[in-house]
Write a protein that binds this ligand. Structure first.
Ligand code: FEO
Length: 171
């Protein structure tokens, strides 16, 4: 049975992951409106990944005999100044999520909740990958500032991204 403090914090993370999904769907719509469908595709995959993350917390809370309590999801921003601006906002958001995951790990340690600490390790690793993915795109966008014609090549590349549920990779 999960402790009340941990249960509340994990429910908070379900909301945070669903907000992430919402934010990236909003970015997908904005990119699509700018005819950058490759970037929009990349954001749609982010949207799917975040829903997967939310469900992973949801399943875990229930598995530990806890109660899932869904709360209102904040409305995300709807427009950005440029692809670079949107990707900078994405990195900033992922860094914030990394902080939230770290706080959950510290709480699990304080609560002597070993199962939750082990469960959270998957997210610690996932956040390293998430930040790295965004950093790579940001680096390319910085370079594109001086070579704007290259934006369409990156757009094409991002259009190739597909969602692979991590469970299918042996998680
Ligand atoms: Fe669920 Fe992008 O972290």
């Amino acid at each position: 049975m999960i402790g009340k403090k941990m249960e509340k914090a994990l429910n908070g993370q379900v909301n945070a992951e669903l907000y992430s999904a919402y934010l990236y769907l909003s970015m997908a719509a904005w990119f699509e409106s700018k005819n950058l469908s490759g970037f929009a595709n990349w954001m749609c995959v982010q949207f799917q990944e975040e829903q997967f993350h939310a469900m992973k917390f949801y399943d875990y809370i229930l598995e530990r005999g806890g109660t899932v309590t869904l709360t209102a999801i904040e409305a995300p921003q709807t427009a950005w100044n440029s692809p670079l601006d949107a990707m900078e906002a994405t990195l900033e958001h992922e860094q914030k999520v990394t902080g939230l995951i770290n706080d959950l790990v510290y709480l699990a340690r304080n609560e002597k909740d070993n199962a939750s600490e082990i469960f959270l390790q998957w997210f610690v690793t996932e956040q390293v990958e998430e930040e790295d993915n965004v950093n790579t795109i940001l680096g390319q966008l910085e370079w594109i500032k001086d070579h704007p014609q290259a934006l369409f090549g990156l757009n094409k590349e991002l259009g190739q991204r597909t969602f692979t549920p991590p469970a299918a990779e042996g998680d």
